[in-house]
Design a protein around this ligand. Sequence first.
Ligand SMILES: NC(=O)C1=CN([C@@H]2O[C@H](COP(=O)(O)OP(=O)(O)OC[C@H]3O[C@@H](n4cnc5c(N)ncnc54)[C@H](OP(=O)(O)O)[C@@H]3O)[C@@H](O)[C@H]2O)C=CC1
Ligand SMILES: O=C(O)C1=N[C@H](C(=O)O)C[C@H](O)C1
Length: 252
Amino acid sequence: MKIALIGYGKMGKMIEQIAKDRGHEIVSIIDINNQQDFDSPAFASADVAIEFTAPQAAYGNYLKAWEHGVKVVSGSTGWMKEHGDEVKARCTEGGQTLFWASNFSVGVAIFQAVNRYLAKIMNGFPQYDVCMQETHHIHKLDAPSGTAITLAEEIVDNIDRKKDWKRGVTVWTNDGHEDEGDPTTADDLIINSVRDGEVPGIHTVMYDSEADMITIEHDAHSRKGFALGAVLAAEYTQKHNGLLTTSDLFKF
Ligand SMILES: NC(=O)C1=CN([C@@H]2O[C@H](COP(=O)(O)OP(=O)(O)OC[C@H]3O[C@@H](n4cnc5c(N)ncnc54)[C@H](OP(=O)(O)O)[C@@H]3O)[C@@H](O)[C@H]2O)C=CC1
Ligand SMILES: O=C(O)C1=N[C@H](C(=O)O)C[C@H](O)C1
């Protein structure tokens, strides 16, 4: 396939390597300093663009890629609240293609399935309260992480006593700085965030009672799993259109 990269940071560089190893051609690389390349014949020749940039940049990048008739795979997080409805409409009614996932690793797809199953069970055991923690590197711009929000939405959908998720405390371990988070009630599922060194991503769901605690955790050893998932998603868009996500790709 001919692949364009939008965003050439930690993920963009790793995706480039994996895409080449799988026999794909990188025809264009767009970063913050060469936005004019969206208008190049090389970009328009791509079968798909893989976009990993930043919360404020992602939505504009989708529009530019679609303008040039290029499908998009994106893992950028933190844009959904502001632009989620419009993006959904453009894909479901407007004919565009976006494969988006808050986390592209097969491990997290499996973890999500376990999370949903456990939440269904725990709905019947009100003596357990549930909370979450996500830990990432200090460069991350958004909190909570996109993955934590996806997991929290699945818990809220399955546990009647939880009505919504809220931001708990965000702690920066390197400088000891702390943000307070949102005001919360017992109806809220709290997601605490930790920003520590170069951690690729840890997501933990905890069910705590007076007697004991049940914990499930996904711990990414590196960004390789995310990057491979994004390339597999790009391959998937060759034969599929519309709004796609990892549950379309990883079927189990
Ligand atoms: N879904 C998933 O599986 C995963 C999602 N992510 C998400 O992906 C995003 C990127 O992560 P990561 O690669 O680690 O971040 P990096 O900061 O390492 O890379 C982002 C790159 O995008 C560039 N950029 C910023 N704005 C634009 C723009 N308007 N157009 C083109 N390029 C731009 C940045 O340039 P500059 O540095 O000059 O600003 C930087 O080079 C984040 O939102 C993160 O949460 C990350 C890992 C996995
Ligand atoms: O910014 C990151 O690094 C990551 N972002 C995604 C998220 O917000 O969930 C996925 C992964 O956890 C790494």
